[in-house]
Design a protein around this ligand. Structure first.
Ligand code: GDP
Ligand code: MG
Length: 177
C-alpha cells in the first residue's frame, strides 16, 4: 500500500538580489548558483525527513517581490509556510521583510493562529560587508516573535536548519495535511 505523504507549499519572498534563488537551489539541489536569472520563478519539490516521516516540500522561489503585486498575494494565499529573506550585507532589505511580514498577516488574518514563518539573513560569508548586527537581529526576533537564521548559500551554512524549522512549524500548525 502506498504511504500518504504530507505535502506543504512554501514560498520564498524578499527583495531582489538578497539571495532567494541561491538559498532555494542550495537546499533543493545542494549546489551554489551565483548567476541565477533574477526574473525566473521556479518551484522545487523536495523530500524532507521530519520525525522519521518523509514530507514533500513544494518551494516557490519568487522573483521581483519588492512591489506588492497581485501575484504576491496569490502566492501568499496558496502557501502554508514562508521564508522571508534579507541580506546581512544590506540593512535596507530588512524593511522589505517587514512589509511582506505585515502583508502576510493581513492576508492570513482570518486563519487566526500563528503563521509558519522563518526570517533568513543571507551572505553570512561576506563578513567584511556585513551591515546587519546581531543586536538588530535579536531585537527584531523579539519584536516580531519570529525565528531568525543567519546563512550562507555559498558555504552551505545553516540552510537546512531554515527549512527544517519551517517544516516543524507547518507540521504543528497543519497536522492533518
Ligand atoms: P535573488 O534575486 O534574491 O534570487 O538573489 P540571487 O539568489 O540571484 O543572488 C543574488 C546575488 O547574491 C548573486 O550574485 C549570488 O551569487 C549572491 N549570493 C547569494 N547568496 C550568497 C551567499 O550566501 N554568499 C555570497 N557570497 N553571495 C551570495
Ligand atoms: Mg531569484
Amino acid at each position: 500500500m502506498g504511504e500518504l505523504v504530507r505535502k506543504y507549499r512554501v514560498v520564498v519572498l524578499g527583495a531582489g538580489g538578497v539571495g532567494k534563488s541561491a538559498l532555494t537551489v542550495r537546499f533543493a539541489q545542494g549546489r551554489f548558483v551565483s548567476d541565477y536569472n533574477p526574473t525566473i520563478e521556479e518551484e522545487y519539490a523536495c523530500d524532507v525527513q521530519a520525525e522519521g516521516e518523509t514530507c514533500l516540500l513544494e518551494i516557490m522561489d519568487t522573483a521581483g517581490a519588492e512591489q506588492f503585486t497581485a501575484l504576491n498575494e496569490v502566492y501568499i494565499k496558496r502557501a502554508r509556510g514562508f521564508v522571508l529573506v534579507f541580506s546581512l550585507t544590506q540593512e535596507s532589505t530588512l524593511q522589505d521583510v517587514d512589509n511582506i511580514r505585515q502583508q502576510i498577516q493581513m492576508i492570513k488574518a482570518q486563519e487566526g493562529q500563528s503563521i509558519p514563518i522563518v526570517v533568513v539573513g543571507t551572505k553570512m560569508d561576506l563578513a567584511r560587508e556585513r551591515e546587519v548586527t546581531r543586536d538588530t537581529i535579536k531585537d527584531l526576533a523579539a519584536r516580531w516573535g519570529l525565528p531568525f537564521y543567519e546563512t550562507s548559500a555559498k558555504n552551505n551554512w545553516h540552510v537546512t536548519d531554515v527549512f527544517h524549522d519551517l517544516l516543524g512549524q507547518m507540521r504543528r500548525r497543519y497536522p492533518d495535511e
